[in-house]
Design a protein. Structure first.
Length: 203
């Protein structure tokens, strides 16, 4: 009888571990895609509001996203709306979701934290290396200290949101914490997102 119980626990434990890994990997991949989408959305909105023409938006699932606006009458506004939108929109969604939807709110918290950290680190580090948008910011008159300050504010805020989720080690040590349906929802959301980005990404 004890032997049968041990045999039953084996497959159950394996499936719990599978759901745990599926959830973590899918959430990380979805975070990257979400970060690119909300960042580029800011550039698109900036281009449209300032009289520019959005020529294309590239959303490569395994690369770096970019938005080409030409003509671009106000490049400083367009370039800054990328990281500003990339931080503000995920935080707004997180704040909007009610506490009774705990799983959704925690996922939104993780995504918001990821977007804050990614955008903040990108702008602060890019102030030195002139990477991507950062070169445009510097060329249009943004002081380096403003870019670094942006990172100093957003990165700790992102870490604070992550801290509110509790210990990652606790999740790793307790696979049953991850509900199977939640793992599959996050996974299929990522699959649909990556399929859409493949379809819409400029070649």
């Amino acid at each position: 009888m004890r032997h049968e119980k041990k045999c039953e626990r084996g497959p159950i434990k394996s499936m719990q571990g599978f759901h745990q890994i599926l959830f973590i990997l899918s959430l990380m991949a979805l975070s990257w895609l979400t970060m690119m989408v909300v960042h580029e959305l800011g550039h698109v909105i900036g281009g449209m509001l300032t009289g520019g023409t959005v020529q294309y938006v590239a959303l490569p699932p395994f690369g770096i996203s970019r938005t080409h606006v030409s003509p671009n009458p106000h490049p400083a506004i367009v370039v800054w709306l990328g990281p500003l939108s990339g931080c503000a929109l995920p935080v707004a969604v997180f704040a909007w979701i009610g506490r009774r939807f705990l799983e959704r709110k925690n996922i939104a918290r993780f995504l918001a934290g990821f977007c804050l950290i990614a955008n903040g680190a990108y702008i602060a580090c890019g102030a030195v290396d002139r990477i991507g948008d950062c070169g445009v910011m510097l060329d249009t008159g943004t002081p380096i200290w403003v870019m670094i300050t942006f990172g100093v504010i957003t990165v700790p805020l992102g870490l604070y949101l992550w801290h509110g989720l509790g210990s990652l080690q606790r999740v790793l040590d307790d696979p049953p914490m991850i509900k199977p349906w939640l793992a599959y929802v996050v996974f299929f959301t990522w699959v649909m997102s990556i399929s859409l980005e493949f379809a819409l990404s400029a070649r």
